[in-house]
Structure formats: structure tokens, C-alpha cells
Design a protein around this ligand. Structure first.
Ligand code: UGA
Length: 418
């Protein structure tokens, strides 16, 4: 309800670069409502459903919001309407078929088509990824339904839209692929893609652990591997692991789907296991360097699950802070934009304070943790930092600081895999 009011005023309830500007420009052509109704749907050829599918306790995707949304949409469509209902929400394989089975009898004259149209955009880059996607995947049973999606995506497929001013890089890339397949395959493309990216990160993290043992540098290894065009350099940044509202939820849901169909998906399980172990490893390192955590004052730089977002859902930073607090540490946390959201999950107390000013967060601390690679951190005045901290320990969980510079200033610097 609150989000609807904000959006109607032209205000975004989340932080997403460039989106506020687009919203302002398009306000007169968008109506926001928290209820589907006949007037809203009247004459719609395409309805896109993009509700959340949060994880249930057993890891499966909770489809309650999806079912409610589909039911509302179907009940508001006019008799004999020709409408394509595209499911953009991330849903387990077979969901589209299940929707046809469940709601098929409610569809007047079978003129409503359910299509799977998974989303691949990243938080923090959502506008760019929407306008310059690598591919648009459509899982459909009917040629007309494919046509409706092709038409809707026309300006993106042909790149005929007006480029927003804030996008300056990456506009020369190839035009997107338009991939047409079955609903089941489209649904699986989404999970298989996210799980693959997650395992790519877990793989480099496991290699990073080996680098530490043998005295190699994971950044050089990632570069050497990533310049092989078959491998690619992206998603090979070692660190404290992946988080967010997608990879943890989608790897769990994929594993659940595998269980239901007798498929082990052992590689995806291993990726999840490595991801958990990265946080254990990082904590152990801090604990042994500081000789225990009880009463130690620790500055935590970065709370969101990655830069350019205020989203703290399943953020590795939040998990680490929580575990440090349980071990008796005192936390001074900071983030350029995620403090308000972090406060909601880890309320301020005698044990944790949030500081808007990063230098205040760094005053009199026993060690500094870098948990999210905000570009601001590498631009800090480290001579000043060296003067205000109590002990000069820096644990860089995102490998984003300059080791030589810090060691030159007398810091004990520890990255991941180097
Ligand atoms: C991810 C996918 O990248 C999108 O394609 C997908 O559409 C989206 O999930 C979704 O399912 O909605 P997102 O969760 O926004 O996007 O974030 P990513 O940029 O993929 O990063 C995920 C996590 O991996 C972050 O915690 C990030 O810090 C970590 N990461 C990423 C690494 O640790 N190393 C890397 O090299 C890259």
C-alpha cells in the first residue's frame, strides 16, 4: 500500500540507479494500483506478472502471491478477451503448466495464453539490463503469444528506444537474442543461469582458498582463467560469498526441484556449501588475528549484499555482523545507503551502532572489515584511517583495497585468496 502511494507520487521505495528519472519521465503514462480491476485490465493484450516468490522453510518457492495475482487477473478479464499473461516471477519448472491446469477452466473461450518470460536483470543495474539484455527468453505454447511478446520487446530488440542519459557505457554490445522455447525450458533457463553464476563464484572462492595454501594470488588466477573467452572474467571475483534475494533462494529452489524429480544436482549443493564455508573462514581469520572477539570493537564497511543497492536481504555482511555480535564483538557499521534497511534486521543497541560518516565508524576500532565493495572505500584517506583506529587490522572480504598501500602505512592487511 505504502509503495503504491510512493510510486503514484513519483517516488521509488527502493534505490535503483536511473530508475527514479525514468519514473518521472513516464509518470503520466503509468497508473499504480494495489488492486487488479476491470478498468485497469480493460483491453490489455499483455499482462506481466512479476510478484515475489520467496523461499519456504523447505527451500521451495512460495507461489502464494503468484496464484493470488493470476486469480485476480483472470477474474477481471472480459469474456472472450485475447490476452497473453506473461509470468516474469522466478518460478519452479512446471509452474506454467500447473497454472494452465488450475486456471484453465476459468479462462473464457481459451483465449488467454500463459507464457514464461524469465527476468535476468541485476539489482543496481536494472535499467541498463532491461534495455540492453543479452537475451529475451519466451516459453510459449502458441505462435500468437510469441508475437505479442516480440512486439512488446520490439524497441529493446531493435534498440530503437531513447537512451537514458545516465547510461554511458555498454551501449555498443550486440542486439539481444530472442529465444523461443517451451514454458518448462524457459523456467529452467532462469534457475540454471542463476545457479551457474553462483557456482562460478563458489568455484573461484574454493580456488582462492587453495591460493592461500600454495602462495598464489587468486586475482591473477581469475584474470588468467577469465581471458579464455570460453570461461569469461565476470563472476570470478573471490570474496566472502554470494548473497541477495536471488542466488540463495534460487539455488535452494533448484535443489528442491531436483529432489522432487530424483535429480541430485550435486554441483549446485557444493556451490551452496562452499558459500557457507566462506563466512566461517572469514570469521575464523578475524578471531584468530584478534585473539578472540569478546569486547573487540570492529568497523564493518558495507551492509548491502553488493554495491549500488540498499538491499540487505541475505547479505553476507549482515550475516557476519550477526555472528560477530553473538561472539561478543562490538560493531560500528556503515554503508552509503543501506543503513536504514540494516537497522530493521539488526536494531541499534549497546553492541551495534550505525554511523553515516565512515570515519566515525573507524574511530578507535580493533579491526576493519570490508564486507561490500563500495567504490568509496578504496578512495578513503588511509593516512587518516591509520591515525584514528586503535589497531591496524584490515580484513578485505571483497578484495577491493590496495594491499601495498595499506601495508606501507603499517596495516596488517588480509584479503581473500592473495
Ligand atoms: C542475480 C543475477 O546476476 C541476475 O541475472 C538475476 O536476474 C537476478 O539475480 C535475479 O534472479 O533476479 P543480483 O542478485 O542482483 O542478480 O546480483 P549479482 O550481481 O548477480 O550478485 C549476487 C551476489 O554475488 C552478490 O552478493 C555479489 O557480491 C556476489 N558476487 C558477484 C561475488 O561474490 N563475486 C562475483 O564475481 C560476482
Amino acid at each position: 500500500m505504502q509503495s503504491q502511494v510512493h510510486l503514484s507520487w513519483g517516488k521509488l521505495p527502493i534505490y535503483e540507479p536511473g530508475l527514479d528519472d525514468l519514473l518521472q519521465k513516464s509518470r503520466s503514462r503509468i497508473t499504480f494500483s494495489n488492486k487488479v480491476n476491470r478498468t485497469l485490465l480493460n483491453g490489455s493484450e499483455l499482462v506481466i506478472i512479476a510478484v515475489g516468490t520467496p523461499p519456504k522453510d523447505d527451500g521451495d518457492a512460495d507461489l502464494t502471491f503468484l496464484h493470488d495475482a493470476v486469480e485476480e487477473v483472470i477474474s477481471c478479464l472480459e469474456e472472450g478477451a485475447r490476452t497473453v499473461v506473461a509470468i516474469k516471477s522466478t518460478v519452479p519448472v512446471g509452474t506454467n503448466d500447473m497454472l494452465v491446469e488450475k486456471f484453465g477452466s476459468m479462462l473464457p473461450g481459451h483465449r488467454v495464453q500463459f507464457v514464461s518470460n524469465p527476468e535476468f536483470l541485476r539489482e543496481g543495474h536494472a535499467v541498463y539490463d532491461m534495455l540492453y539484455p543479452d537475451r529475451i527468453v519466451v516459453g510459449a505454447r502458441d505462435r500468437d503469444a510469441v508475437g505479442a511478446l516480440r512486439e512488446a520487446y520490439g524497441p529493446i530488440l531493435q534498440r530503437s528506444f531513447v537512451k537514458p542519459d545516465f547510461i554511458t557505457d555498454g551501449t555498443e554490445k550486440d542486439l539481444p537474442y530472442f529465444i523461443v522455447t517451451t514454458p518448462k525450458s524457459a523456467e529452467l533457463v532462469k534457475y540454471a543461469s542463476n545457479a551457474f553464476l553462483a557456482l562460478k563464484i563458489s568455484y573461484i572462492n574454493e580456488i582462492a582458498m587453495l591460493c592461500e595454501k600454495v602462495g598464489a594470488n587468486v586475482e591473477d588466477v581469475a584474470l588468467g582463467m577469465g581471458t579464455d573467452s570460453r570461461i569469461g572474467r565476470s563472476f570470478l571475483n573471490a570474496g566472502i560469498g554470494w548473497g541477495g534475494s536471488c542466488f540463495p533462494k534460487d539455488t535452494s529452489a533448484l535443489i528442491r526441484t531436483g529432489e522432487k524429480h530424483g535429480s541430485e544436482l550435486s554441483i549446485v549443493r557444493a556451490a551452496v556449501k562452499v558459500n557457507v564455508s566462506m563466512k566461517d573462514y572469514f570469521l575464523q581469520n578475524i578471531e584468530s588475528a584478534l585473539g578472540g572477539l569478546e569486547g573487540k570493537v570492529i568497523a564493518v564497511l558495507g551492509l548491502s549484499f553488493k554495491p549500488n543497492t540498499d538491499d540487505v536481504r541475505d547479505s553476507p555482511a549482515i550475516e557476519l555482523v550477526d555472528r560477530l555480535l553473538k561472539k561478543g564483538a562490538i560493531i560500528k557499521a556503515t554503508d552509503p545507503i543501506a543503513i536504514d534497511n540494516a537497522r530493521k534486521v539488526l536494531p541499534e543497541s549497546g553492541k551495534i551502532v550505525y554511523e553515516e560518516d565512515v570515519y566515525k565508524a573507524l574511530e578507535d576500532v580493533d579491526c576493519v572489515l570490508i564486507t561490500t565493495e563500495w567504490p568509496q572505500w578504496s578512495k578513503l584517506d588511509f593516512e587518516r584511517v591509520a591515525r584514528i583506529v586503535r589497531q591496524k587490522f584490515i580484513f578485505d572480504g571483497r578484495n577491493c583495497l590496495d594491499k601495498e598501500l595499506l601495508e606501507g602505512l603499517g596495516f596488517i592487511y588480509k584479503g581473500v585468496g592473495k
